[in-house]
Design a protein around this ligand. Structure first.
Ligand SMILES: [Zn+2]
Ligand SMILES: [Zn+2]
Length: 153
């Protein structure tokens, strides 16, 4: 799919789902990294990540286009167009748009885990925090080579 076809697609979705024409420009942008789409407030252009199409197919990209069109139409109408605005949420739900400017697989930021375990040396008292459960018998204290005991935090 090229930019021209994307433009037609966005115009068609705009009329079908919003009942209002899309009068600006839609194009692919291969430099969008973590988002599937973007709406530009200054120019009113919409950009779609081409990798999104390869990764998720047309159904998902249509939902992303709807998401961007919610920003677009509400912004132009002078209404609440941001993610936190009730009008945005309501319109998104109505047209069945994607809830997020969807992240690409593998690029989603891993949420860092909290420390949940503590290994304590029974000889010198040194403590080591761990995020995952470990077998204390397999390790020794890094300071004194003493025996370690595992506790949950
Ligand atoms: Zn958005
Ligand atoms: Zn020790």
């Amino acid at each position: 799919m090229n930019d021209k076809q994307l433009q037609q697609w966005v115009e068609e979705i705009s009329l079908r789902s919003f009942g209002v024409p899309f009068r600006h420009q839609a194009r692919f942008n291969g430099r969008l990294r973590t988002t599937g789409g973007r709406y530009f407030m200054k120019t009113h252009h919409i950009e779609i990540n081409p990798a999104q199409l390869e990764a998720y197919g047309t159904d998902e990209v249509e939902k992303i286009i709807k998401h961007e069109l919610c920003h677009y139409h509400l912004h132009l109408a002078g209404r609440g167009y941001q993610h936190r605005d009730p009008e945005f949420k309501a319109l998104l739900k109505k047209v069945d748009g994607s809830r997020f400017c969807q992240s690409l697989p593998g690029q989603a930021k891993r949420k860092s885990l909290p420390y949940r375990y503590r290994l304590a040396c029974s000889d010198c008292g040194m403590e080591y925090l761990r995020k995952r459960r470990v077998d204390p018998d397999r390790y020794r204290c890094g300071r004194c080579r003493g025996v370690l005991k595992l506790n949950m935090l």
